[in-house]
Design a protein around this ligand. Structure first.
Ligand code: GLA
Ligand code: CA
Length: 776
């Protein structure tokens, strides 16, 4: 009896302790928690990227790093997968995630979007918004705003009881996300602010995050302003402008990038541990708050990985991010170094590093012997005009488009916007692929007879999550045209015939990406002798005596999606760099486990094995990512530069205006010396100014030529127009001057100047001194 009473009393005190209400606000030069100065040391972690059974372990890992808060996005599209149907249960139970943080003594910063970026499908926006074709996203479009408000209300029902004012752990809430990288629209950002204010009340601290180069565009007077920047950045420089505008405001880096995300077809990204730790040490020594993005990245399971733009650069499944806590929840050497540094800023000994919830296991190689061709996954069919996935009411998956061809006696070019990976067949003959990642839009068809069947299989990847291109429809977007250069004696009509396959003649079929569809397909009794070849669903089983985390290797497979025991594990693609998928032990069981792979290309060998380490950096490319083909180098010998001179030293943007405008398609930047005197050149970003003196669109830009590129660190030429100030083109030491970068502007343009941004690191390493610019 006595024991019972005691437990009861204890439970009561814990309750009271946590039910205590508190305050959090911006004070003079610092944040104030319950009236006392407080430096936020937040760990960014994303609940949908961590299996729920592991949530508490990851939270405790953050705690062991000396963090005092976690920072989370709310991912609209996992909570409202179909319009009007909300889900806050299971792995989407964000309130529970916050309660677990509180239970472990951590505060919570919430970033409820509506847009979150995060290398997540469509930046967190639900795909079904695109069913309204003319919708304007992240603007005051009435339908968009109506849906945003309903969503934020629903999130509020979950989280309002958990604000600090109500005795919960939530201390701050973010308004929108890096709006400056999207546009300038204070009325829109204000409306999001007002929506959040009305839900969370006047006392809740609301903030905005942006880059030091663009935060003024949308900065609202009554919000806290925080800066985002990455490992290595010059910290004083990042806060300079904020300090001028608001000398008394607390400083916070709301996203200090520990590493970076990986894209299909490019190397695994890493950032040096020392630079990360030094940056954080510097911030703490100056009383600057931060959130470490990511502290633990986790995994973009299923089809949730997004894609970057300009161009189309889909993100891999792993969101390891080279973060201190790796994808599978373990401490890395970066973790150890960080923990050591963080100990200096804590008067108590940091808690012990918790034990991993599961061991790591291996699985011997086995074959996936059951097979069904991809067409067995067909859900809906329709005959009519071309339609996108969205118009067919399908969020993710693959579509088959088939039409009957007229007679084309010569070779012809088939062109369309294929989103994202198309495979073309005539009859049952495979013609080739059109890959949006490589900016491909067309393919050569052989001569065809009247009535030959054209079939196009289009697989959609993650929707773009960054920049203006987030309105990313899937499937065939727009018309399909076939152009044939037909010599006059063969045609009855005109030479150079261009036809658009419009009309109502397409046979359309959807193949949704989900486990149910895969099961249905595999229950069909079909065999391999099918026009689709090896494209289809594969099933196999593996037996476990002991359950644990493992890394299933897919390097013999083509491209597709994997399901284990009904859990969608993520996308695979032979090109890499990711070749294994993280399979959390909590989703495995003793005895028989099922694996299904949908391979839209077909495997070399339908085998899988589980290894003890992930493989995140093995490229299997047809062609290297470098742009050093000497045949692509324009001959500039007899050209006069449109301008030449010396850049200033130091960080920050510089504008160079030409004396007169120049027309051309190639923008060539030649560097013949650096500020530091060594021979390694780097450029973070370049814009070209058009006839009106404004930045022209970089959407169609590609790298034509670069004499030298440090491909190992992903410092290829395209990094100067990837919209990211923390990524850069860098040459290899010893490659020798002059360095030349040639950008293909996608078409002839009138250029009146350029904007140039050197690296964001202290001293702007690699910054150019003597330059020449050519427009050709
Ligand atoms: C920005 C976004 C984040 C994420 C990072 C890059 O800072 O706000 O959501 O996309 O870039 O990882
Ligand atoms: Ca860049």
């Amino acid at each position: 009896m006595k024991k019972l009473l005691l437990t009861f009393a204890l439970a009561l005190t814990t309750c009271i302790a946590w039910a205590q209400t508190g305050t959090f606000e911006a004070g003079k030069g610092t944040f104030l928690l319950n009236g006392k100065p407080f430096i936020v040391k937040a760990a960014e972690v994303h609940y949908p990227r961590i299996p729920r059974p592991y949530w508490e372990h990851r939270i405790q890992m953050c705690k062991a790093l000396g963090m005092n808060a976690v920072c989370i996005y709310i991912f609209w599209n996992i909570h409202e997968q179909q319009e009007g149907q909300f889900d806050f249960t299971g792995n989407s139970d964000v309130a529970e995630f916050c309660r677990l943080a509180q239970k472990n003594g951590l505060y919570v910063i919430v970033r409820p979007g509506p847009y979150v970026c995060a290398e997540w499908e469509m930046g967190g926006l639900p795909w079904w918004l695109l069913k309204k074709k003319d919708i304007k996203l992240r603007e005051r479009d009435p339908y968009f705003m109506e849906r945003v408000k309903i969503f934020e209300e629903k999130v509020g029902e979950q989280l309002k009881p958990l604000t600090i004012q109500n005795g919960g752990p939530i201390i701050m809430i973010q308004v929108e996300n890096e709006y400056g990288s999207y546009g300038t629209d204070k009325p829109y950002v204000s409306e999001i602010r007002d929506c959040l204010r009305s839900i969370y009340g006047d006392k809740m601290a609301l903030f905005q995050c942006d880059w030091s180069s663009n935060f003024e565009q949308n900065g609202l007077d009554d919000l806290v302003w925080t800066m985002n920047f990455g490992t290595g950045a010059n910290i004083n420089d990042q806060f300079r402008r904020l300090g001028e505008l608001r000398p008394d405001a607390p400083k916070m880096c709301s996203e200090f990038w520990s590493g970076w995300f990986d894209k299909w077809g490019a190397r695994h990204e890493t950032r040096p541990a020392k630079d990360m730790v030094d940056g954080m040490d510097e911030m703490l020594s100056k009383g600057i708050s931060f959130s470490l993005y990511m502290t633990h990245g986790g995994t973009s399971f299923g089809h949730w990985a997004g894609a970057n733009s300009p161009g189309f650069a889909p993100d891999v499944t792993s969101y390891d991010y080279d973060a201190p806590i790796n994808e599978y929840g373990l401490a890395t050497p970066k973790f150890e170094e960080l923990r050591k540094m963080m100990q200096k800023y804590s008067d108590k000994k940091l808690p012990a590093v918790p034990k991993a919830p599961m061991p790591i296991i291996t699985v011997p190689k086995f074959e996936l012997t059951e097979f069904a061709p991809i067409s067995e996954g067909i859900d809906k069919t329709e005959v009519g005009a071309l339609r996108t996935f969205e118009e067919m009411d399908m969020g993710w998956g693959t579509m088959i488009y088939a039409a009957s061809l007229p007679e084309i006696p010569t070779e012809s070019q088939l062109t369309a916007d294929f989103h994202d990976f198309a495979q073309v067949f005539i009859g049952s003959k495979y013609i080739g692929k059109i890959d949006r990642v490589k900016n491909e839009k067309s393919i050569t068809l052989p001569p065809v007879k009247r009535g030959d069947a054209l079939t196009i299989l289009v697989e959609g990847m993650g929707r773009i999550n960054f920049g203006r291109a987030i309105k990313d429809f899937k499937g065939i977007v727009g018309d399909v045209t076939i152009t044939a250069d037909i010599s006059t004696d063969l045609v009855t009509k005109t030479p150079d015939t261009e036809m658009t396959i419009k009309s109502k003649r397409w046979n359309l079929a959807t193949i949704p990406d989900d486990y149910e569809t895969a099961l249905k397909a595999l229950s069909a009794k079909t065999n391999k002798n099918h026009a689709w070849g090896a494209r289809g669903y594969y099933r196999g089983y593996f037996n476990l005596k002991k359950v644990g985390d493992t890394f299933l290797n897919f390097e013999t497979w083509g491209k597709g999606q994997v399901y284990v025991n009904g859990h969608a594990m993520g996308r695979i693609w032979s090109i890499g760099p990711q070749q294994t998928l993280y399979i959390p032990g909590c989703w495995l069981k003793k005895g028989k486990n099922e694996i299904i792979v949908l391979d839209v290309v077909g495997p070399r060998e339908a085998v899988v094995w589980g290894q003890a380490e992930p493989e995140l950096n093995k490229l299997q490319l047809e062609k290297s990512n470098k742009h050093n083909n000497i045949g692509d180098k324009p001959d500039l010998n007899s050209d006069t530069p449109v301008t030449q001179g010396q850049f200033k030293s130091g960080n920050g943007w510089q504008t160079i205006k030409f004396a007169s405008q120049k027309k051309g398609r190639l923008l060539c930047i030649e560097a013949s010396s650096t500020q530091s005197g060594d021979d390694v050149v780097a450029i973070a970003e370049i814009y070209a100014l058009g006839a009106d003196g404004k930045r022209i669109s970089r959407e169609p830009w590609t790298t034509k030529y670069a004499n030298s590129e440090d491909e190992n660190g992903n410092h290829t030429g395209d990094k100067v127009f990837d919209l990211q100030e923390s990524t850069y083109w860098k040459t290899i030491k010893g490659a020798g001057f002059p360095h030349l970068l040639v950008i293909d502007l996608g078409g002839e343009q009138t250029i009146t100047g350029i904007e140039y941004l050197p690296r964001a690191e202290q001293g702007a390493p690699g910054s150019i001194k003597n330059y020449k610019i050519f427009v050709k």
